[in-house]
Structure formats: structure tokens, C-alpha cells
Design a protein around this ligand. Structure first.
Ligand SMILES: Nc1ncnc2c1ncn2[C@@H]1O[C@H](COP(=O)(O)OP(=O)(O)O)[C@@H](O)[C@H]1O
Ligand SMILES: [Mg+2]
Length: 215
């Protein structure tokens, strides 16, 4: 049994509704998430199981922060993730951070990057639950260049996981979720009307243009 990782208050990076996210004590490119005392373990279990499935099926994505391992910590079970950093080494900022600027330039970037992200997750058939503004980061990769990265809200609870094996079912599940929730997730921002048009049809009207229109 390895020694529990020691997570101290000065190492806290951010706190969400279910978990605290700490800098990893020994690796600058990782973070460690632990549940708040009163949070149910099932969200964490769902995530761990889903990442196991992705690894078994050799599915990975530059748009999903990777779950590296599960370790004991002084604050209970810790889930170790890749820490999303910008090209200059700073911790990347959430979509919420950019949207709160209410800036035309960043609004445009967010809309384009969310469109890219949704299409990518559909194409890879990676199932998501909560693509809220604090669960998606924009990783700055160069001057005015960003990659969207999901850091939370990946996975599902289906007892019989057909959506993992039948892509059409997975895509339908993802689109249902997105089309039901996008109004709520982005309601607070002026750019909401642009976001609810996502996924946008491809500019060249090739044979796949209609592939992501909702049923
Ligand atoms: N891999 C990561 N890299 C950088 N920051 C992260 C990462 N994961 C989470 N964060 C930050 O920590 C916050 C809380 O983490 P999150 O996993 O969303 O917790 P919760 O399950 O409580 O919603 C996020 O909103 C984000 O700001
Ligand atoms: Mg979250």
C-alpha cells in the first residue's frame, strides 16, 4: 500500500461543486481531485470506470484531460489527472473565465471551440454529462490559438452500456444531452444564442453535413 499523498491547503488549485482539485505534490503536470466531505462517491466512481473503458478501448483525446491513476491521499481517494496548462506554463482558464469577459473576440473563440469540441466528442463517441462552463477549459497553444479541453463531466451511468459500442446510440445520447442542457449551461452569457446553434453544419456542404442534426 503506497503512502497516502499529502494534500495541504496551500496546494489547492480550485474547488468545484463536488470536489477539490489540488496541485500534485511531486509532478507539475498533474493535479489530484478529492471529494468534498459531503459529496457522494458515485460521481467519482462513474468517472473512474469510464476512463478505464476508454483506456481498454485505446480511446484518448487531446480534448479530454486524461485520468492517470487513482491513489490514496490524506483526504481520501485521490483521482490524478493531467493538469491542463497553457503554452506559457500557466494553468489554463475555463470557458466560464473567458465568457465572463463579455468580449467579442473571446466570445467568438468560445463558440468556435465549443463547436469543435462537440463535433470531436461525437466523432470519437466519448460520452459527456456536464459540459458546463467550469468543466471545459481553453488551453492556449499559441498566439490566438486555443484547444478546448474537458476536465470533468465525462462518462455515463448506463447499466447496459450499448452507447459505448454502437456509435449511433452514443452520438444520439450526447446530442440529446447537449440539446437539452445547452440553454441552461450557457444561459448567463450574451453569446448563448450563438452557442445554441452548435453543432454548426460544415461550411462545405459535403455528404456529412446533416450527420449531426438532432433527431
Ligand atoms: N485537469 C485540470 N487541469 C486544470 N484545472 C482543472 C483540472 N480539473 C479541474 N480543474 C479546475 O478545478 C475545478 C474543479 O474541478 P472539477 O473536476 O470540475 O470538480 P467538480 O467535480 O467539483 O465539479 C474546475 O472547474 C477547474 O477550474
Ligand atoms: Mg466540475
Amino acid at each position: 500500500m503506497p503512502e497516502p499523498l499529502q494534500l495541504t491547503p496551500d496546494m489547492l488549485l480550485s474547488s468545484g461543486s463536488n470536489r477539490q482539485c489540488y496541485y500534485h505534490p511531486y509532478n507539475d503536470n498533474l493535479c489530484v481531485k478529492v471529494l468534498h466531505n459531503d459529496s457522494p462517491a458515485k460521481t467519482q466512481t462513474r468517472e473512474i470506470n469510464y476512463f478505464r473503458l476508454l483506456k481498454r478501448r485505446k480511446i484518448s483525446s487531446p480534448m479530454v484531460a486524461d485520468l492517470v491513476e487513482v491513489v490514496p491521499t490524506n483526504r481520501g481517494t485521490g483521482v490524478v489527472f493531467e493538469l491542463v496548462r497553457d503554452i506559457d506554463g500557466q494553468v489554463a482558464k475555463t470557458v466560464g473565465h473567458y465568457l465572463r469577459k463579455e468580449d467579442t473576440f473571446f466570445n467568438r473563440i468560445v463558440v468556435d471551440k465549443l463547436d469543435e469540441l462537440i463535433k470531436h466528442l461525437l466523432q470519437k463517441n466519448i460520452i459527456f454529462r456536464d459540459l458546463i462552463t467550469e468543466n471545459v477549459m481553453l488551453r492556449r497553444t499559441g498566439t490566438n490559438k486555443y484547444t478546448p479541453v474537458v476536465v470533468d463531466g465525462i462518462g455515463h451511468n448506463d447499466f447496459i452500456p450499448l452507447c459505448d459500442y454502437i456509435t449511433a446510440l452514443g452520438q444520439r445520447k450526447n446530442l440529446r444531452k447537449w440539446n437539452r442542457e445547452k440553454y441552461n449551461w450557457f444561459n448567463d452569457y450574451s453569446v448563448r444564442d450563438e452557442i445554441i446553434k452548435i453543432p454548426k453544419p460544415a461550411r462545405d456542404s459535403g455528404p456529412n453535413t446533416k450527420a449531426f442534426i438532432v433527431t
